[in-house]
Ligand binder design. Structure first.
Ligand code: CA
Length: 232
């Protein structure tokens, strides 16, 4: 059986050990890098399925590493940040990271994020081999050619903005999207002042696709960060 390969970029030995022990119990393969320049070399040579990246590295800003890696690879990146690096976390997601863990994090949390990231890298591979004109996630589906969304086979009547919003989230299923990213994708610009209107459109979209909008099954809120479409 194939053992997923995880590249761990972290300069704190205690956290590296915690991650290493966790990965060993799950039979993942891993490789560790202690600084940014080693990480960039390993990102090229190790061919990881997922990268776990600490943002505060001795020689380089983690966000720069994400930008460089994104220049040639779509490998899922989970950033690890201290609470004081909250703004960096949002910047990292904007630069193309998939998800984040805030220190201190639990082993269960780490494993759950890893499973999501691995599923995303596998789904992306499958998607490349399918026609890509429809999207299915649980009871929710989108027919991109027709520009329609369906829930349990029944058409959901969405406004153009709601439809665009749904498509952006669907295209990035499993990935945390920042407010900035969504605003840019849907409205073409990202002004912080637009975040409240994003919230309004998200609420109306949820009313249409969630059975219980106060307990959403599809679109998860990340307070102060953004939203994520959950893979059902
Ligand atoms: Ca660090």
């Amino acid at each position: 059986m194939y053992k997923p390969k995880i590249l761990v970029v972290e300069d704190d030995p205690a956290i590296t050990n915690l991650i290493r022990t966790t990965l060993e119990t799950q039979d993942y393969q891993y490789h560790t890098a202690k600084n940014g320049s080693a990480a960039l070399m390993d990102a090229v040579s190790y061919n990881a399925d997922v990268i776990i990246l600490d943002l505060g590295l001795p020689d380089m800003d983690g966000v720069d590493i994400i930008r460089k890696v994104r220049g040639w690879s779509n490998v899922p990146i989970i950033v690890v940040s201290a609470r004081s690096e909250d703004r960096d976390k949002v910047e990292a997601l904007d630069a193309g990271a998939d998800d984040y863990l805030t220190k201190p994090f639990s082993i269960d949390e780490l494993l759950a994020r890893l499973r999501v990231a691995l599923r995303r890298s596998r789904t992306e591979e499958t998607d490349m081999h399918s026609s890509g004109s429809t999207y299915t996630n649980g009871a929710l589906s989108i027919d991109y050619a027709a520009g329609c969304a369906y829930l349990d086979g029944a058409e959901v009547h969405l406004t153009p903005i709601e439809y665009k919003l749904l498509c952006v989230l669907a295209r990035n299923t499993g990935k945390v999207l920042t407010h900035n990213y969504i605003l840019k994708e849907v409205w073409g610009s990202a002004l912080a002042s637009d975040t409240p209107s994003l919230r309004v459109f998200m609420a109306t979209l949820r009313k249409k696709i969630e059975k219980d909008p106060s307990n959403p099954q599809y679109i998860q809120t990340h307070i102060g960060v953004g939203y994520r479409m959950i893979r059902k």
